[in-house]
Design a protein around this ligand. Structure first.
Ligand code: SF4
Length: 615
């Protein structure tokens, strides 16, 4: 067994066969872990996979080599598959305790294929994986599922789906650790991986274990961890990050005039102060952290609104369910957030779908009769009812459950102009009409529009919001390599993003864990390799090219209506030129395909052969 790594488990839910194997050197050192492993495993299975919901799809659950070792923030796990939303590679990364417990159980990754004829859950413990009947769990929400499994197994971590995943809502999420007291309750939200679990009749995965992962050089790892800890404590942003987490970004975005408001019609929300970091502090109950983390950044608030509950709110959720829907208080946002978690829905996509439907109604493109209710900006009761309809696929909810791309195709009448998605994935919470680097980030993101691959908006503010320079292109590419790298290592990216930690410490830690020498540039090379691999998968599966790397028409034709950026919109010709520069800098052809030579340079000759045939 390689030092720093455990075993992989292959599970076939149709036949019930489970195998456990060693990690080979190519996968370990070539793709590191997490999303790197998921991309390569899905590439190898590509010819067999029919679509997102077909039993042939492979659900990959992968930790990283820094997960669950003595190194702070190492508690992240990637859930990946061919996405039912986009048809291309999809993944979502989550904290909590799940990855930590899975590594401690001696398993680094699960490859789950086939579909069970009846509901099941997986138990990962003592280096083994077992398939158990879950008939009694089917139909429960994650809170109930978690509680029952915790009751049965004690000190474990649970990843589970709610009703939305069971009903194959295209943007269903996976809930992690809902019932572990005081521990961060988190979601793998994006790209519909919860629906992939549902399609396999896989209700939950339980991980339990307490064995240490054997690392090559414990002393060296301890030194790296000490260095990291010192940098964290000395960071000027440490206290603010602990105090507000991501939620202070609401105030920041509003001030910067990029807060999506009323389906990205506006960029400023008059009630932003009621849903941001300061509002949160007034109703905060406690904070909680992921495993191995010294910066508890999830702030749990209590709401009382037709019932009561507690939920941890993040920026993306507060923006997409708050300003983007016109909800005016932190309690209203908390209630909508709670319902999404309860049913197991991605809050970003849900906020986008609801905003799109409300705007369609506002413009007279759909009627009350079709909807079965009267949607209104800021009407929390109707919004909660629509969330319920989506999760249960009830009435118009059945169409809403398909996401904005399909909604726009069915509603027609020009509604696609304001269907805020790229490649089928709803755009997350930054208006980018006056932020060209952020616009490029969304357009070129490998899973469809998602902010976390390249959060370039701060760079737009730094160098000028409306320029289309090569410098911005290079910045986006750099971010697209460094940020997803943390998902490969299995650590939290916030330490680098928010506290400015010197990233060389991660190479130090990875070298200590594996006993092999890696510089940070070596790691970045692997992240670039994975970026090219996921792009190649998109080209092979869906013929993705420059035509798909464009943004909704609203971005090019609807100017920002007010504020300092009033009148701003993207220039389509300049944006297409920017895309071409992006391809050229990446070493891709002018349609946006990685060239044969580029793939070979990245040690991806087998991918080049698959894309272009033997040459
Ligand atoms: S900083 Fe926040 S998201 Fe990151 S590991 Fe810590 S608690 Fe989890």
């Amino acid at each position: 067994m390689l030092l720093g790594y455990n075993k992989l488990s292959y599970v076939d839910l149709h036949s019930g066969k489970v195998e456990v194997k060693d990690v080979d050197e190519k996968l370990a050192y070539g793709f590191i872990g997490g999303r790197g492993w998921a991309a390569y495993i899905l590439f190898k299975e590509l010819d067999n996979i029919v679509d997102g919901f077909h039993p042939s799809n492979v659900l990959v659950v992968a930790t990283g080599p820094l997960t669950a070792v003595q190194f702070q923030s190492g508690g992240k796990t990637t859930f990946a598959a061919i996405s039912p939303q986009t048809g291309i590679y999809g993944d979502s990364n989550v904290g909590g305790f799940f990855g930590y417990k899975m590594r401690k159980a001696g398993i680094d990754a699960l490859m789950i294929k086939g579909a069970s004829p009846h509901p099941v859950y997986l138990l990962v413990a003592d280096g083994k994986v077992e398939i158990h009947d879950a008939e009694k769990l089917w139909g429960l929400n994650s809170q109930e599922t978690d509680a029952k499994l915790l009751n049965e197994y004690g000190d474990c971590s649970v990843a589970s789906i709610g009703m939305a995943g069971e009903k194959l809502v295209k943007f269903a999420c996976i809930n992690v650790d809902w019932s572990r007291k005081g521990m961060r309750h988190a979601q793998a939200g994006r790209t519909g991986i919860g629906a992939v679990m549902g399609s396999k009749k896989l209700k939950a995965i339980v991980a339990m274990g307490d064995k240490d992962v054997k690392v090559a050089d414990e002393e060296r790892l301890k030194e790296a961890a000490k260095k990291l800890q010192k940098m964290v404590r000395e960071s000027p942003n440490y206290e603010a990050w602990r105090r507000y987490g991501t939620l202070a970004t609401i105030e920041w975005s509003n001030k910067a005039e990029c807060l999506p408001t009323y389906n990205f019609q506006k960029t400023v929300f008059e009630y932003a102060d009621n849903i941001g970091g300061s509002a949160m502090e007034k109703v905060k109950v406690f904070t909680r952290a992921c495993s191995n983390c010294i910066i508890p950044c999830e702030h749990v608030v209590r709401f009382k609104l037709n019932g009561e509950g507690e939920v941890g709110i993040e920026y993306e959720t507060a923006a997409m369910l708050g300003s983007n829907l016109g909800l005016k208080s932190i309690e209203e946002v908390a209630k909508a957030n709670y319902l999404c978690d309860y049913y197991g829905l991605d809050t970003i996509s849900t906020g986008s779908v609801l905003a799109f439907v409300i705007e369609c109604y506002q413009r007279g493109l759909i009627t009350e009769k079709e909807l079965g209710l009267t949607p209104k900006w800021g009407d929390v009761n109707t919004i909660c009812e629509m969330i319920r309809m989506i999760a249960k696929r009830e009435g118009f909810g059945d169409l809403m459950a398909e996401g904005v791309k399909t909604l726009a195709e069915r509603i027609g009448k020009g509604s696609d102009a304001f269907a805020m998605h790229v490649k089928g994935l709803e755009i997350s919470a930054y208006d980018h009409r006056a932020a060209t680097a952020m616009a490029l980030s969304y357009a070129t993101c490998d899973i469809g529009a998602h902010h976390n691959r390249s959060w370039a908006i701060t760079y737009d503010l730094e160098v000028g919001r409306n320029s289309y320079t090569e410098d911005k292109v290079r910045k986006v590419i750099y971010l697209q390599h460094i940020r997803p790298l943390f998902d490969m290592l299995g650590v939290c990216r916030f330490y680098w993003v928010e506290l400015g930690i010197d990233p060389n410490v991660y190479a130090e830690a990875y070298s200590a864990v594996t006993g092999k020498e890696f510089t940070f540039d070596d790691l970045l090379f692997r992240s670039e390799k994975v970026w090219n691999l996921t792009r190649a998968i998109a080209v092979i599966r869906k013929g993705i090219s420059i035509k798909d790397d464009l943004l909704p028409e609203r971005d090019f034709s609807d100017p920002v209506p007010e504020g300092r950026t009033k009148g701003a919109k993207l220039d389509k010709d300049k944006f297409i030129e920017m895309l071409k520069t992006y391809y050229a800098v990446r070493g891709w052809d002018e349609l946006g395909r990685p060239t044969y030579e580029k793939l070979v340079k990245l040690d991806l000759e087998e991918v080049a052969r698959k894309l272009y045939g033997a040459s």
